[in-house]
Design a protein around this ligand. Structure first.
Ligand code: 5GP
Length: 131
């Protein structure tokens, strides 16, 4: 069965898309730790990130870097934290999270509740900041 993220890539489930190319897709996390929290995934379904073929894994990080730079231009923060957890959705994904302290990467914290308008406003600003 297709993962929820594959269904997002296919457009069967809506997402706040930041960017895509032929192999990767970036979209806003629906339960963000911070405004701008974004997920980067490979379009090809792979559960565990280190099972992604080496070339794709490297290119995924380069793709994520472009997104991270745009998030950093948009959301005031010290830097973009990068993490991979993958305990909830069995489709490899990189979390990109605007942070000012190590505690901003604490996934046990309550998540933000953003309105559709807030998601869309942040999404549009990040997209506009992409090189
Ligand atoms: P993890 O697998 O890294 O532990 O967590 C999965 C992440 O995906 C969580 O941060 C969760 O909020 C996010 N997520 C789960 N389902 C959806 C969804 O349907 N849409 C979006 N945009 N994010 C999701």
């Amino acid at each position: 069965m297709a993962t929820i993220f594959s269904r997002i890539v296919k457009g069967e489930i809506p997402s706040y898309k930041i960017a895509e190319d032929d192999r990767f897709y970036a979209f806003m996390d629906i339960n963000p730790l911070a405004k701008g929290h974004t997920l980067v995934i490979p379009k090809a379904e792979t559960d565990y990130i280190f099972d992604i073929p080496d070339n794709d894994l490297g290119d995924m990080m380069v793709f994520a870097g472009k997104i991270a730079k745009a998030i950093r231009k948009t959301i005031p923060c010290q830097r973009i934290g990068v993490t991979v957890i993958g305990l909830e959705v069995p489709h490899a994904h990189i979390h990109l999270i605007p942070i000012n302290s190590i505690y901003d990467m604490d996934f046990s914290k309550p998540k933000l509740k953003l309105s559709p308008e807030e998601f869309e406003e942040i999404r549009t600003a990040i997209v506009a900041a992409l090189d």
